[in-house]
Design a protein around this ligand. Sequence first.
Ligand code: PMP
Length: 465
Amino acid sequence: MDGTFSENDISRVVEADRAHIWHHLSQHKAYETTDPRIIVEGKGMRVWDQKGKEHLDAVSGGVWTVNVGYGRESIANAVRDQLIKLNYFAGSAGSIPGSHFAEKLIDKMPGMSRLYYCNSGSEANEKAFKMIRQIAHKRYGGKKHKILYRDRDYHGTTIACLSAGGQEERNAQYGPFTDGFVRVPHCLEYRKFEQDGAPEDNYGVWAADQIEKIILAEGPDTVGGLCLEPVTAGGGVITPPDGYWERVQEICRKYDVLLHIDEVVCGIGRTGEWFGYQHFGIQPDMVTMAKGVASGYAAIACLVTTEEVFNLFKDDASDPLNYFRDISTFGGCTAGPTAAIENMAIIERENLLQNTRDMGQYMLEELEELSDKYDVIGQVRGKGLFLGAELVQDRSTRVPVVEAQIQAVVADCMAQGVIIGATNRSVPGKNNTLCFSPALIAKKDDIDQIIAAVDGAMGRVFGSK
Ligand code: PMP
């Protein structure tokens, strides 16, 4: 830290936080006896808290967001210049950075064509749901309106997004939910023994076929869309099994179901390609993205569609309702696309997709080595710099470790100055996965520091073999 905050300033900040802030994802009782953590400054892969303690951030801002790292002056400068020129205009008008970013982005997404701006992942997903519903009304008399979503996937915090949410612990106490969302099974091969009828071989195709079964049971003329994460994030860092996505694409085409891929976490480089779906050679109809689009330097989310989807809302101009009757107030902020242009330019200039692939592979191997040392590591999985280690009490029964143990590992790493994450907490008997998503600029030394912290923590919490 540069010392611009005095002890007195900091204690006032802490007191104001205690008195007035309602933190995300927090049970506040804890703050009656401990100080809330306030992050004051960041540079590269590291952040400093109110006590001046340095942390290596292995989760890119807590939730897979700061892909290009902290303290990027080129983004700050570009945003500053744009804000002075024009900060905002919304409604039907466009903007110069809005057009430039659209051109740059679509260039990375062959087969896609149109970009709709908004400001959070949840909002982008809501817009996609609305488009699917509107298409059902326009083409199918409202009948083909159901949207399929998958067990363990997450698509956002609003009631409609939770209606499409496959993580019970996030949904509990927020019902009743919105009609017309139908759940399909997850595709986590490590836990296929919990799924009736899962085969020894070709699990990926079988898991996709379960989606077809549900489409047939619901009636293909009632199913309009399928929304999936390319690699499931908060549900346990689930990499899809071989053959899964190819079969999913076939099924969607067969039943005229729009394929909506939620790239809110994977989008813009996290997995080592611009988009997670690009590992699988498939062609979505809609793609949503948010977190890494501007690495948290501005709030921006995008919904990208094909020209075919777009044309459905344009071609019959004689119908006064034949357009997407929707707006996003902060979709008119120019800071978002301005930051996003420079964010993407940094990834290109610094060759960060390649770095993500290389460092992701290195980190995967290092985590696998740790699993030789600790039986409690049941499986290591992920893509690029988006990795998870599922912890189990016993490798043969695969019963997850208890919540307190995984929290103890996270807390021990924190005490060592390394911030890691854990997914899908508070689901007894379901899944407990340590989560790693360092910025795409990570170097071997950073990975080594993360691995050393996890090694130390695992030894203290579980003991060595
Ligand atoms: N989709 C996925 C896959 C996510 O992980 C998240 C957020 N964690 C969202 C959507 C929602 O994004 P936001 O919090 O920006 O609304």
